[in-house]
Design a binder for this molecule. Structure first.
Ligand code: GLY
Ligand code: MN
Ligand code: MN
Length: 413
């Protein structure tokens, strides 16, 4: 871990979510905590101090372990995880004073847990008394999120291996939908086909809440009800993905519920695909997210003019942002442990250029929610996951079929 060695860093992991005293929801570790420790039990903390790491965790408790499963315990955790020391979480506040001694700065994020925040801040105040002469007598406290985000932005080989696997299985699950979805199924049934494929082929969880949006539902960007019947003649927009060992893919495909696109659906689909492909060809080290997003807005505006949805000049429309009615989200985002992954898009007013090892999505779309005329009710998004490489980019989701003719060939009657 290459973090500031004159500082003490304090991180808390996530707690279990238990409802009505007895219903345990699947545990999800806090992502920065997982990134730094790979430790996936609730109720833990990590302190980095004087270049050494201490993981605080729950002790063995045979009675609790009967209910919620075996814990690593202090000794085994030290052997399994890449930390210098392990300690019982019960000793956390006692040890914290010692771990703060000699620090010039403290990194700690004040999150939602008020009593935790107060106890840590009290320890930091006690630590301030030990700050030497010549200082201002108080330890400066900063949020570590930006530092960790910088680390998380560039993926190492082991992270990329998991992302490649998540992207490949998810892409094949989307292909499976092309071969299995039929009119008359519910959006939930299509989702069940998709999930079955993911888990059968090695995914360990869903990356995010899936969107299975038939027809007009696709014009609701975060449609997650997934409970309507799919009708012949409509499009189905699927934004869904699996993850492998905490790293997720993020894919959207849009295809006809019948075997073929209608001519109007095909026109919109091919325009969005054109934008997706043009943006993919621009992705390389040095370019910024803002430049890519801006270019996607220009291309979408050009598409809207040629579809006859907008009139006037390209420049006028770009200036007035008329495209926003039909393309109201960003081009994409960083991807990794979280679907909208930690990352810095701009810093002190300057855009951060893309670097090799970063992974981002490319997801232009057009949504004609309130439009009268032939395109009314159509929603299309095409989303790929792209790794920035030394010389350009690699589409991690290349196993998908995007060409409209090829989609029709794979679709069932
Ligand atoms: N699936 C969430 C997104 O595309 O941003
Ligand atoms: Mn996305
Ligand atoms: Mn998505």
């Amino acid at each position: 871990m290459s973090l500031d060695s004159e500082a003490t860093f304090i991180f808390f992991g996530a707690n279990e979510v238990v409802r009505n005293d007895d219903s345990h929801y699947p545990f999800r570790q806090e992502s920065n905590f997982y990134y730094l420790t790979e430790f996936d039990e609730p109720g833990a903390a990590l302190v980095l101090s004087r270049g050494e790491s201490t993981l605080f965790l729950l002790d063995h408790d045979p009675e609790m372990e009967t209910w919620t499963g075996e814990r690593y315990g202090i000794e085994r955790a030290k052997m399994v995880f890449n930390v210098d020391q392990t300690e019982s979480i019960k000793k956390f506040y006692m040890k914290l004073d010692e771990l703060l001694r000699g620090a010039k700065r403290v990194y700690f994020r004040l999150d939602g847990n008020v009593s935790q925040n107060m106890r840590v801040m009290e320890a930091i105040q006690r630590g301030s008394r030990h700050v030497g002469k010549g200082s201002h007598g108080a330890l400066p406290v900063q949020d570590p999120s930006a530092l960790v985000a910088r680390m998380r932005m560039v993926k190492d080989d082991s992270e990329l291996a998991l992302m490649r696997k998540a992207c490949s299985i998810t892409a094949r699950a989307h292909l499976h939908l092309l071969k299995t979805v039929r009119a008359g199924m519910t959006e939930f049934e299509a989702c069940a086909e998709f999930q079955h494929f993911l888990y059968k082929n090695g995914c360990t969880d869903m990356g995010y809440n899936p969107i299975f949006a038939g027809g007009n539902n696709a014009t609701t960007l975060h449609y997650v009800r997934n409970n309507k019947v799919l009708k012949a003649g409509e499009l189905l927009l699927v934004d869904a993905a699996g993850e492998v060992d905490w790293y997720t893919a993020d894919i959207t495909q849009t295809f006809p519920v019948s075997k073929r696109f209608s001519p109007d659906q095909r026109k919109v689909y091919e325009k969005v695909l054109g934008v997706n492909r043009a943006i993919t060809s621009m992705i390389k080290p040095g370019i910024t997210y803002r430049e890519l997003h801006h270019r996607s807005c220009e291309l979408i505006t050009d598409a809207l003019l040629s579809l006859g949805v907008l009139t006037g000049s390209l420049n006028e429309n770009i200036e007035q942002k008329t495209y926003r009615k039909y393309y109201m989200h960003g081009l994409g985002h960083f991807l990794g442990l979280d679907v909208h992954d930690a990352g810095i898009y701009d810093h002190r007013g300057s855009d951060v250029p893309l670097e090799a090892g970063m992974v981002m999505t490319n997801e232009p779309g057009l949504y004609f929610r309130d439009l009268k005329g032939p395109f009314g009710g159509i929603g299309v998004r095409i989303e790929d996951d792209i790794l920035i490489t030394a010389n350009g980019s690699e589409v991690l989701t290349k196993e998908l079929v995007r060409d409209a003719d090829q989609i029709e060939t794979l679709r069932v009657e």
